[in-house]
Design a protein around this ligand. Sequence first.
Ligand code: ATP
Ligand code: MG
Length: 391
Amino acid sequence: MKYDHIMVRFGELSTKGKNKSEFIRVLAKNIKSALSDFSSLEYIVKHDHIYVKLNEENPDNVILILQDVSGIHSLSLVYKTSDDIENLKKVALELIKSESGKTFKVKAKRSNKAYPIISDQINRIIATEILKNTSLKVDVHNPDILLSIEIRDEGAYLFTKTYKACGGYPLGIGGKVMHMLSGGIDSPVAAYLLMRRGITIECIHFASPPYTNIGVIEKLKDLLAKLNHYQIKIRLNIVPFTKIQEEIYRVSNESYAITIMRRMMYRLASRLAEQRHCLAISSGESVGQVASQTLDSIKVINDVTNIPVLRPLVTEDKENIIKLSRHIDTYDISIRPYEDCCTIFAPKNPKTKPNLEKCLEFESKFDYESMIEEALKNIEVLYIEKSDELF
Ligand code: ATP
Ligand code: MG
């Protein structure tokens, strides 16, 4: 007997209230897109589950892909059949015979309350049938085989295995952010965590040629190609940052250069976020990681903007961030040597407790407003899309 469907369960849906139907609609769309290579699959979308009908497709491959689709809580490989009790006895026996183990438990659930037999009674009828026809014993606490039976309006589903999936929300449900992508280890991981919460990303990168080389852009493209696994098309905005950066070093104290540079980055990101209808900006900052990421620094840098700033890695330590970057396969790309505008201009003694008045004083020495305008006008836009060659 072959399992013929995959039952997809949603996570955290109870918190979604009236957005539930939108959640399911977007999740179903994302599932179909993730499984687009499997042409024989069919999809049945219900209010509490989505079913993928396998039509002879290999379930292992399909399950692996589904485990990585945001918004899916868990999956079961199920056999769909008529809910007639005699039929259930027959099917349950056949299924359990194909499993290995010495003990079992039957767990019935009756979503269709019109079904004439209550769950406890179904458990007893099916367990008796199994005890009569096999050498298996019942173990209600720690069974080798847990046989679940769910009775729904459209029939019964039987299964013995449930697979955990990544949870979160379906991509596209949570609005869009302007994500600051640097080419380091942190920012791709931060992007991944945002996407897991259903947030779509668009990226902004501050480029400082000739101080930073063209290899940086190739690196960003490779990183985003990895993130295409979660979001199939990502817009990358490359902001020419050289002139602003040179001015910062002309007008400010070396120890304040990074703080002011980051204030400029935040100004640019906020303006572009507004133009591109993003609800927030986001970064890979983590508290205390470097001088510009102490709480004192973050406060002074954040002072230039009113737009919400999301920092998914704020409390993560580097070890865990590296683990995540290996999980999403960006680590080896991130550690490729390259010169970033932060590393090239890195001062010897950056301020860990910058003073806001001092920043304003340095900034008043150049017309950064018009430079910001000009930089925004000269943004280069690239789209990085999922391509068949890469996957
Ligand atoms: P990463 O944080 O990605 O590993 P990093 O550690 O070199 O790179 P930091 O100096 O820690 O970068 O910068 C903190 C955050 O600021 C980055 O995670 C990123 O979101 C943003 N950022 C830094 N440099 C750039 C840049 N050139 N373009 C866009 N965003 C940047
Ligand atoms: Mg960092």
